[in-house]
Design a protein around this ligand. Sequence first.
Ligand SMILES: [Zn+2]
Length: 239
Amino acid sequence: MIGLAAAGLAAAGLAAHGTWHRNSWVFGYALNQLPESAGNAVSITFDDGPNPHATPLILDALAREGVHATFFVLGRHADRWPHLVRRMADEGHQLANHGYWHRKLHRRMPSYVRDDLTRGTDAICRASGLASLRHFRAPHGFRSPWVTPIAASLGQRTVGWSLGVWDSARPGAGEIVKRALAGMRARSILLMHDGDGYDEDGDRLQTAEALPAILRGLRERGHDFVTLPDHPGHLTASA
Ligand SMILES: [Zn+2]
């Protein structure tokens, strides 16, 4: 009995680890760092957009700096502002799936997860004109045993991140820059937010304001920028 109870506790502990640790291997592999072939390169990623205020400014800054980023677009925001999703694609950025509703997925049944991921994909493809998406990031990184396999069944690789700078808490643009430059290393994947998963009109202007200094600071340190590999070893450099 004691052995069974201990096994049960261990299983519960593993389940909690898989749910709460965003990059956990327990519920399947999530890409949380670029492969060795990336060398000194880094990736810039944005979640929860598009947003009518911040996204255009972020796209302007990326264009000025000649950097291609990855946008984990929220399906319902794509339905609301399809022209911004189209602009991301037209300007050469990588588009990826963040689901449709932005509800945490770790306690949802497989049918809900599949519906959310499929709706998100359809909305983003409709808005962008793309035929398919290759990457998925779960809201808050929360997963259950079936989230990564469902994403894989849609042809999407599950992605985590190396560094979050809590830009969504709006600590000030200067603080966002400081955190990003302090935490980024070769092959890091930076997580920021061009939108708000819970408020379609949410304020992400600090992120937009911080971005140019982050890009220039990283470049001064010798980092190149790449989008996320579709599969191990595949990298696409920015223009
Ligand atoms: Zn999100």
